[in-house]
Design a binder for this molecule. Structure first.
Ligand code: HEM
Length: 521
């Protein structure tokens, strides 16, 4: 069961909150339609994302336990087998979502899942936990001129038999096509970004046309129709078993199920030191804390929203639901219930992958600092039946636990950018309880530096520990501490942890600080 907070939260947001009131559309907006190409001629983002995942996966060695979906593609772009802007585009598309919990490899997998859901309602379970390679892997992605034996062998090493190989190519080549700018030897006509030879006649639909047009000989697929047979890789692959597999794939229901299956297996090709999670499921009940800080008069402010899954199979009806927080003080004693209000802006709900639906219940509360907060449970009541259920974060210690000893003081924190030096300055302010300081530990910030890599959109993530110093203000319970860090332009939006000995405030984001000035303490 889901336990909050989870390292999977950022990817859950990208997958399940694609539209509606609270949305994380930075990835899914880029395939707002299956044919979308960001206004660039000849570009189809959904196709690029599918192709990129394949090119990362294709060099897996099942026996050796190496390669696969490990993000090594970012170091392999110069190879002829990875020709074309698609791979670099995809890395740029996922770049801003890379963080300590979301590897490029997981995000490449997510991109494929979002793309094929958008283009053909495919359901590809997304397991997470991939690690990013730090250097290039082996070569071997098949090219148009690669002979059948070598291609079959490459798929075999990755763990796919001949039927799997045919299926993977038939599922991959239903979107997009071959670009004349990269392959003038394959595409007839002018060499122009807009001149793309499509694999089938429904290029922006994930459907069987690539198969049926091949079987009935109406196909214009450039990897079947080339006058130079050496370049007809699809022709060789599709006919490899005398069309047995292709004949089966002509059935739309079978095709969809097979594509879901081979894509799932393709994304699960990972090096042997990676253990993938169970397939991601949307959290049923999940809090989002938007404010947890000391106010200028020393009291504790808590605000946020509770996300409740209200998809039809949840059995919940958003209009027949009351949600409240049952908080505990810093000593673990229950304190007064915090009520929430159902959000109504933009319908008050959000939607995402597999048409999952969520409703939002918002709260804002000021508590005396002497009471503090160590966490809460969440109570759902159905007014029409009077029944209520309390959720305790799957039994985790403290329920939905908050740290009563460390708050991130967002209003007194800021990020500025100096274009002369091309550097950003991050000023992070926190309030640390005197109780935690009594341990003698020096408060420190563990800041994630997003370091630009040459000719690579994916930043390298490095952690830097910065000692915090007293900021010059204290209240009866807390002392304000401050840290200053220098980051590149790419690091303005990053994450950090605050640590006071064993006490930690994890995975805080700086995104909201960009372009702000630090308020007075
Ligand atoms: C024998 C194996 C394969 C060969 C030789 C091959 C070859 C090619 C070639 C030459 C292109 C044109 C690239 C360009 O001009 O931009 C292409 C595009 C593409 N391939 Fe493959 N491919 C193979 C397998 C696969 C597989 C297994 C998948 C997915 C699972 C896949 C997905 C795609 C997609 C989606 C495109 C279109 C990209 C776009 O429109 O930007 N390919 N492939």
């Amino acid at each position: 069961a889901y336990v909050w907070p989870s390292t999977q939260d950022p990817i859950d947001d990208l997958l399940y909150l694609q539209s509606g009131y609270i949305r994380f559309g930075s990835l899914s907006d880029q395939v707002s339609s299956c044919g979308f190409g960001a206004g660039s001629p000849g570009i189809q983002k959904s196709a690029e994302w599918v192709r990129t995942a394949f090119h990362d996966a294709a060099t897996h060695d099942a026996a050796a336990g190496t390669g696969g979906v490990d993000g090594s593609i970012q170091y392999e772009l110069e190879r002829p087998e990875n020709l074309g802007a698609a791979l670099n585009h995809t890395l740029a598309d996922i770049s801003s979502s890379v963080n300590v919990h979301s590897s490029a490899a997981d995000l490449l997998s997510l991109a494929l899942v979002i793309a094929v859901a958008r283009c053909g309602d495919l359901e590809v379970p997304l397991r997470l936990g991939r690690k990013d390679a730090t250097e290039a892997g082996i070569k071997g992605v098949p090219e148009a001129h690669t002979d059948l034996e070598t291609t079959r062998n490459r798929f075999q090493i990755a763990g796919f038999n001949e039927a799997d190989m045919i299926t993977l190519v038939a599922c991959g080549h239903t979107l997009g096509g071959v670009h004349s700018v990269d392959h003038p030897e394959i595409v007839t006509g002018t060499v122009d970004p807009a001149n793309v030879a499509r694999f089938d006649n429904t290029t922006d639909k994930f459907d069987t046309k690539v198969v049926t047009e091949y079987l009935d000989n109406s196909s214009r697929n450039p990897l079947l129709r080339n006058t130079n047979d050496t370049l007809n890789s699809d022709k060789r692959v599709f006919a490899a078993d005398g069309n047995v597999t292709m004949n089966k794939l002509a059935d739309a229901t079978y095709y969809k199920a097979q594509c879901e299956s081979v894509f799932t297996r393709m994304l699960d090709l990972v090096p042997s030191d990676v253990t993938l999670s169970e397939p991601l499921q949307p959290a049923d009940i999940r809090p989002y804390i938007t404010k947890y800080q000391l106010s200028s008069n020393g009291s504790v402010e808590l605000a946020g929203r509770i996300r409740i899954r209200t998809s039809p199979d949840s059995g919940r009806v958003a209009t027949d639901l009351k949600v409240s927080l049952l908080p505990t003080d810093r000593n673990g004693q229950s304190i007064q219930e915090i009520t929430t209000t159902a959000a109504t802006a933009k319908g008050g709900d959000s939607f995402g992958y597999l048409k999952e639906r969520f409703n939002w219940f918002e709260f804002s509360k000021v508590l005396p600092a002497t009471t503090g907060l160590s966490g809460f449970n969440i109570k759902l009541t159905v007014p029409s039946s009077g029944l209520s259920t309390t959720y305790d974060n799957a039994g985790a210690a403290g329920g939905f636990a908050l740290n009563p000893d460390i708050t991130f003081q967002q209003p007194q924190s800021c990020v500025s950018f100096d274009s002369a030096t091309n550097k950003g300055t991050l000023t992070l302010t926190t309030a640390i309880s005197k109780k935690a300081l009594a341990s003698g530990a020096t408060p420190q910030v563990r800041l994630v530096q997003r370091i630009d890599q040459p000719r690579n959109f994916i930043p390298k993530l490095e952690q830097q520990v910065i000692q915090m110093t007293p900021a010059g203000k204290e209240t009866a319970e807390y002392v304000y501490y401050r840290a200053t860090g220098t980051v590149g332009r790419n690091g303005l939006q990053t994450t950090f942890d605050v640590e006071v000995g064993e006490s930690k405030l994890l995975f805080q984001e700086t995104t909201a600080l960009v372009g702000t000035t630090c308020g007075a303490l």
